[in-house]
Design a protein around this ligand. Structure first.
Ligand code: TYC
Length: 102
């Protein structure tokens, strides 16, 4: 015996009928011009990192070219990327921030 979904289709009892919402990684990209201290402030301000965490992530981006700032639902990730880009632009730094489905 099965239960009925909203569309009226019979599905097996207890079986998930909806996919969980996708999550997105927010990534910071390295460049040669943005000061290290500015990147640390960005990570503390928008990604709730301690100074130590922010410094480690900044160093990883500096050495490896990119690094993960956090993983969020789509709308939160979109807002984080916008906040970082606006803040960098306001301070005339070329810092780049992108999101990708994880
Ligand atoms: N590479 C930069 C420098 O040497 C520092 C930096 C780190 C820039 C991380 C961007 O996402 C970044 N000043």
């Amino acid at each position: 015996m099965g239960t009925h979904s909203r569309e009226g289709t019979v599905v097996a009892p207890g079986k998930a009928r909806v996919k969980p919402p996708p999550l997105f990684k927010v990534l910071l990209l390295n460049d040669d011009y943005t000061p290290m201290e500015f990147v640390v402030i960005v990570l503390q301000s928008f990604f709730a990192m301690t100074q130590e965490q922010a410094y480690q992530v900044m160093l990883k981006v500096h050495r490896e070219g990119m690094g993960v700032c956090g993983v969020y639902p789509r709308d939160v990730a979109t807002t984080k990327v916008e906040q970082v880009l606006n803040y960098a632009r306001k301070h005339q730094h070329p810092l780049q921030c992108v999101m990708e489905e994880s």
